[in-house]
Design a protein around this ligand. Structure first.
Ligand code: AMP
Length: 173
């Protein structure tokens, strides 16, 4: 597998003190690195008959749209509240402080859809879990989830209680 580690930058104390933010901007800006990243993400899911990739706002959109074309799948945005114009369904979830909500168009997925979720970073896992719930509410099959970076020490994988697999390109212990 290509080495992507040097293309992920640590920004200490962003967005608040004590958080080390994993900045994917160098990876996106590197033509070869970004292409190799999308190709490698795709390799794990090529045989999984993915009909739609669902990306989590907002950095999940970047990888998700590219991965959808790589897999020959459609793309579905899972958005923050109030952004989608047509009828929506929503899932509320807890954050470390406060709560948030993800929305999808109620008609985003046709019957029989097999969905791959994607986000840039798996931290505590609450966001990905809420996204999985949203896919279930849309009546689609969850084939699995992919993240570029997994922050293993935050235990997100333990909160992923789906039977579907979860793959990570880079894992930080
Ligand atoms: P969580 O729900 O805790 O797994 O948080 C995941 C979401 O927050 C993802 O959409 C990430 O983009 C973002 N996130 C959380 N922690 C970080 C971090 N240390 N660096 C970059 N993004 C993060």
């Amino acid at each position: 597998m290509p080495d992507f580690d040097h293309l992920i930058r640590d920004i200490p104390d962003f967005p608040k003190p004590g958080i080390v933010f994993k900045d994917i901007s160098p990876l996106l800006g590197d033509a070869e690195g970004f292409a190799a990243c999308v190709r490698t993400l795709g390799e794990a899911w090529r045989e999984s008959r993915i009909s739609h990739v669902a990306g989590i706002e907002s950095r999940g959109f970047i990888f998700g749209a590219a991965l959808a074309t790589e897999l020959g799948a459609g793309f579905v945005p899972l958005r923050k509240p109030g952004k989608l114009p047509a009828d929506t369904i929503a899932v509320d979830y807890a954050l470390e402080y406060g709560h948030d909500r993800l929305e999808a168009h109620a008609d985003a997925l046709p019957p029989g859809a097999r969905v791959l979720l994607i986000d840039d970073v798996l931290a505590t896992g609450g966001t990905l879990r809420a996204a999985a719930e949203l896919i279930g509410q849309l009546g689609a099959t969850l084939a699995g989830a992919a993240v570029v970076v997994e922050l293993v020490f935050l235990g997100g994988r333990e909160r992923w209680r789906e039977s579907a697999p979860l793959t990570a390109l880079l894992r930080y212990e």
